[in-house]
Every structure is written in C-alpha cells, then in structure tokens.
Write a new protein. Structure first.
Length: 252
C-alpha cells in the first residue's frame, strides 16, 4: 500500500488505478477507502484518468496528528498531488467538496474541480456551527454518528436504516473525525470561495431534497468560474455509471 508523508509528518495511505491525467477523489465525512462509494466511480474513470483514492487523515490506514486544522488536510492533498503529478483535478463528494475548495483556494496546482452536493449554506449561523462542532468533540462512537447525521439533515428513516450495519460500524470507528468535517464547514466562507478561480462543475442529484440541490445551486452561484448540473439519482447520491461520464466530459 503506497503512502505519502504530509508536511506535519502524517502518513496518508492511498491507491492509484488507471492512466492518464491525474484525478484525486475526496470522500465524505465518515468515509474512507474501506467504507466508500467511490471505488465504482474510480473504476469507471480509470480507462481515461490516473485516479487516486485515499484515506483522509484519521481514517482507515492513514495516520493522524492533532490538533486538526483544514490547512493540514490541504497539505495532505498537496503531498498526494506531488506524488501523482501536478496539475491534478479534484472530485469531492459532500463534505469532501469543502476540502477540494480549500485546496483550490490555497493555491494548490489544481486543473479542475467537480463537486457533488457541497454542504454549503452561507446563511447558516456561525455560532450554531461552532456549537455543533464542540458537541461532536464531546461525543464518541455511535452517538457521534447519529448526532452528526441527524444534525446535517439526513432523514430519520435513513439513519434508522443504517444503524447496526457494517457502514454504520465503519463510521463509528472514525467518529472523532466528524468534528473535523464540521470545522471544515465552519471555515468555508464566501471570501474563501471567491479565491477559487479554477473551472468548477457543481453537481446535484435530481432525487435529493431541496436543501441539498439548493446548496449546490448556491455554491455554483458563489464560485467565480462554475457551472451547475443536475443528474438522475437518489437522495444525496448519483450512480457511478451516470456520474462518471459527466465528470469525464468536464475534465476533458
């Protein structure tokens, strides 16, 4: 298993498949390579791109170095981009979109961005978001998973359906990192978005709720060089066979 070493010494595990222009896939909160929907997308894109999937810090086979800061995750991405060869495109899913935006705003050598349903709400009360992050830090295990998912608006029936599943247990194993994603959301500001000038495709699923599709439209409107598309799919997800052609077309 290949690894890179981030600026602060943290070891980041990744895997690479395919050949062609480099593309790094960034997973959502609570997800990592062994608990991810991105493998099928990587397989679909591998004939045309060198696709990297990796474990974000504190997840899976990657190490962790406290204290957390979004800038440290950007440095993790910088190490990966150096390994695969810049410039690289970034694909972000859910809160992974926010990390992609931070990386582009920080000046990482990024070719293009593709973002699927970024959880971006500029009207959100910053004090409430800070309190949410603090509460996540005080919780643990499955309690953290349930608190985070209900807090971000995952339908109650979906949360109930996940309880006890392998996916649920995998998320509980990295429960401390949900506070990382919440802090990442806190620090994704309008000023930061204004610095993201690379061409960006913002996607949403036609089967998602209005809050998610609305946030995607808002993100596209706030970014200086973005387009917005809706794709057929279910709540907060688009099948890889539908998603991959849209990603590939834009990255070409």
């Amino acid at each position: 298993m290949p690894t890179v070493t981030s600026r602060d010494g943290t070891r980041i595990a990744y895997e690479s498949t395919g050949s062609g222009p480099p593309l790094v896939l960034i997973d959502a909160a609570g997800h990592f390579r062994a608990n991810s929907s991105l493998r099928e997308l990587a397989d679909q894109l591998a004939p045309e791109f060198t696709v990297l999937r990796y474990d974000r810090r504190g997840r899976g086979d990657s190490a962790d170095t406290p204290p957390y800061a979004p800038a440290r995750e950007v440095e993790d991405l910088a190490a990966l981009v150096t390994a695969v060869g810049a410039p690289a495109s970034l694909y972000g899913y859910s809160s992974g979109c926010l990390l992609a935006l931070h990386a582009a705003a920080a000046g990482l050598d990024v070719h293009r961005l593709v973002l699927l349903e970024p959880p971006l709400d500029p009207a959100e009360d910053s004090a409430e978001q800070r309190a949410f992050t603090a509460a996540l830090r005080e919780s643990s295990g499955e309690d953290t998973v349930a608190f985070f998912l209900t807090g971000i608006g995952v339908p109650e029936e979906m949360v109930a359906g996940m309880r006890g599943s392998p996916h649920w247990r995998a998320m509980a194993s990295v429960a401390h990192t949900f506070a990382y994603d919440s802090q990442l959301s806190e620090e994704t500001t309008a000023a930061l978005l204004s610095r993201v000038t690379v061409p960006t495709l913002v996607l949403d699923s036609a089967g998602s709720s209005g809050d998610l599709t609305g946030m995607a439209a808002t993100a596209a409107a706030m970014l200086p060089n973005a387009v917005h598309r809706s794709l057929p799919g279910e709540w907060h997800q688009v099948p890889a066979e539908t998603l991959a052609p849209a990603v590939a077309d834009f990255l070409r």
